[in-house]
Design a protein around this ligand. Sequence first.
Ligand SMILES: [Zn+2]
Ligand SMILES: [Zn+2]
Length: 301
Amino acid sequence: MNITVLGSQGAIPKLGKYSSSLLLNISNSYILIDCCEGVQFQLRKNKIKLSKIDIILISHAHGDHYFGLIGLISTLSLIKRKNKLKVFCPTSVLKIIQAHIKFSKMSLNYELDLISLNSQNEKNIYENPSFTIKTFPLKHSVYTNGFRIEEKRKRRKLLLDKALQYKIDNVYFNKLTKSENVFNSEGKEISYLEVTNEGPKPKSFAYCSDTAYFKELVNYITDVDLLYCETTFLEKDRDKALRTFHSTTIDAAKLAKKGRVKQLLIGHFSSRYDDYSMFFNEVFSIFENVIISEEGKKVQV
Ligand SMILES: [Zn+2]
Ligand SMILES: [Zn+2]
């Protein structure tokens, strides 16, 4: 699992800097999380084929999180996408997309599956054999979701020498990695535990943008390998964060610490700041494993 940061900024993009967007690569799937203005340029700049995106998740109806969506939907048709595209978004964004398609008489040559998010609670919204996606409620000035994406447990790892020692035919190796017992060439049942090790630990990622801190938030992000949390403001501007339902550096750091997450990625910086070392220092004073968002940065999970 890895993340590419496409945009590091809050509501106002700057020269060379973009509003919020991340690309998650998980088990050969590409998930675009929020879709900022200019996202197509950022995807191309980072050498990601637009057609590779399978799923788009939109957190809320503020423009810095979806202004790139209509353009991307249109371009995907122009470049002759064939595969279905799933877009999970709040009902308000869904209506805007549908209205645009209607009034511009846009005809798409692929299936656009718009799925409305409207739950006020934690909810599973997608599952395939490799991973699951959950939404959870955030506290912002409009209806907003966070996302938690988790790999499923992978197959066990075969210990080849042992399997041969136990005289197991190689046609049964697949079954063993799926935690099934098999019979060896002498008709004796062999437990998969004898000849396999546990597979790699499944990885998880949670995304919180935009939100004020609230105490239940920790329940949704506990123990993830990587947490993205917005830090629109430094701590000295806490009054502005409270007024606009955003988080400060200290909010994000406390959340990461309470949630026992492994790494914290911060972003959605207000355009009033140019020096991000203060963001790093404030978070680092509470939670050391912090990474600053920067366009094009890749984070391995
Ligand atoms: Zn925002
Ligand atoms: Zn917002």
